[in-house]
Design a protein around this ligand. Structure first.
Ligand code: PLP
Length: 405
């Protein structure tokens, strides 16, 4: 029963310490055309390999899964994570105690907030960024200072200017939150010189960087991602790195991690009072990744490249010059912009009624701006669903008077 619908005998208002907010997770509602997600679709689930990994792990690790999990996560899971960071991101510095597995990288973000921030603290972000982080930062009541971008991501000249301004106010931001490889939602890939500059600025102004590397494996038209900021010289103490298996396996398994200086990780582990994350999922994911990681990534990307191309073509056919976008070279989204005055926020419930879900641009902004934009995911739906669903979206928008006939 939802709070407030049925008045019981207790008035909880005197108990609450937090204001009312919408529940952040998606409902179980299934949309026929779902462009709102951020995960590989059911059509690319590796059912047999996953079932095999589960069976093997249950046999191999039966002694272990009969216990409570260790706070840092299973050693086997952390070992494959260390391997992935070294092999894919050139991060050779983390040791086994500099990695903490988390319940999705979303938990990595909230652990950083719990251990590093108090309400009212200042952080620096892009103008538009991952909607879950927007919600988490707002819920923590942080002062969110945003920096404009260009096609290569956050502008370092503006960042420097802002850090300088804050310094003159006596404010040291707690961290700079960045999603450089590629950005969610806009798909930009931050070039190496900007990464180096961001680290140099963090050092100069004595702040930290929270590098969210969620989409690094989704390389569609790039052979190699620029090095992680966390892999650069001197980054070890400055950068907290978070990443996930959600985007190459499924967000349903909730296996992700945070890596950073041992002191930071230890503090997060000490405050992670959930008695560890699902042991079995952690071990199944480890086994699956030991056997299939690189093949899985390249299979997904081949499939996703096709879906991305289908999405771009469908947007072109149905919207023509009424949509502007940059074709993403990596990641899972098109960050579409419709004509000035289009209200994708108001349209969201209307298109959902008709079976089409996307995320309005306002969700990616701490101030709620950007409602003529939408983030459209192409990794979850099938190519056919992309074609049909984008056609339906255009029809609904025309019917609602949001687009010229
Ligand atoms: C940039 C970014 N960070 C973190 C997350 C959280 O992912 P998870 O908690 O599934 O690891 C997402 C999910 O979409 C994301 O886009």
């Amino acid at each position: 029963m939802k709070g407030g619908e049925l008045m019981g005998s207790i008035d909880y208002s005197r108990f609450w310490t937090v204001p009312e907010r919408p529940v952040p997770t998606w409902q179980e509602e299934v949309f026929q055309y779902d462009f709102g997600g951020a995960n590989p679709g059911p059509d690319v689930m590796p059912i047999e390999e996953l079932a095999e990994a589960a069976r093997a792990v249950i046999h191999e690790e039966k002694e272990i899964i009969a216990r409570y999990p260790p706070t840092y996560g299973p050693v086997r899971t952390r070992e494959i994570i260390l391997h992935k960071m070294a092999a894919h991101r050139g991060m050779t510095w983390p040791t086994i105690t500099e990695v903490l597995t988390t319940n999705g990288s979303a938990q990595g973000i909230t652990l950083c907030l719990e251990t590093l921030t108090n309400p009212g603290d200042t952080i620096i972000t892009d103008r538009f960024f991952y909607q879950g982080a927007v919600r988490a930062f707002i819920a923590r009541e942080l002062r969110i200072v945003t920096i404009d971008r260009d096609e290569d991501g956050m502008r370092m000249d503006l960042l420097e200017q802002k850090l300088d301004e804050l310094k003159s106010e006596g404010v040291t931001p707690k961290f700079i939150y960045t999603i450089p490889s590629p950005q969610n939602p806009d798909g930009s890939i931050m070039p190496p010189d900007r990464r180096a500059k961001m680290l140099a600025l963090a050092q100069e102004y004595d702040t930290l960087i929270l590098e969210d590397d969620c989409y690094v494996d989704q390389m569609l038209d790039v052979d190699e991602m620029p090095p992680a900021i966390a892999s650069l010289d001197g980054a070890q103490e400055r950068v907290i790195y978070i990443a996930t298996f959600s985007k190459i396996l499924s967000p349903g398994v909730r296996v992700a991690w945070v890596a950073g200086d041992e002191r930071l990780i230890e503090r997060m582990a000490a405050y992670k009072q959930d008695v560890g994350n699902d042991y079995l999922s952690g071990l199944i994911v480890a086994k699956f990744m030991e056997d299939h990681m690189d093949a899985r990534i390249s299979h997904l990307n081949d499939r996703m490249r096709h879906k991305r191309n289908t999405m771009i073509a469908a947007l072109g056919e149905n919207f023509g010059p009424l949509v502007s976008m940059t074709v993403p070279k990596a990641g899972m989204f098109v960050w579409a912009e419709f004509p000035q005055g289009t209200d994708m926020q108001a349209l969201e419930p209307i298109t959902q009624e008709r079976g089409v879900r996307y995320l309005g641009g306002h969700q990616f902004s701490p101030t709620g701006e950007g409602s003529q934009r939408a983030r459209l995911n192409y990794s979850f739906p099938t190519p056919q669903e992309i074609q049909d669903g984008i056609g339906l979206l255009a029809n609904v928008m025309r019917e609602e008077g949001s687009l010229p006939d």
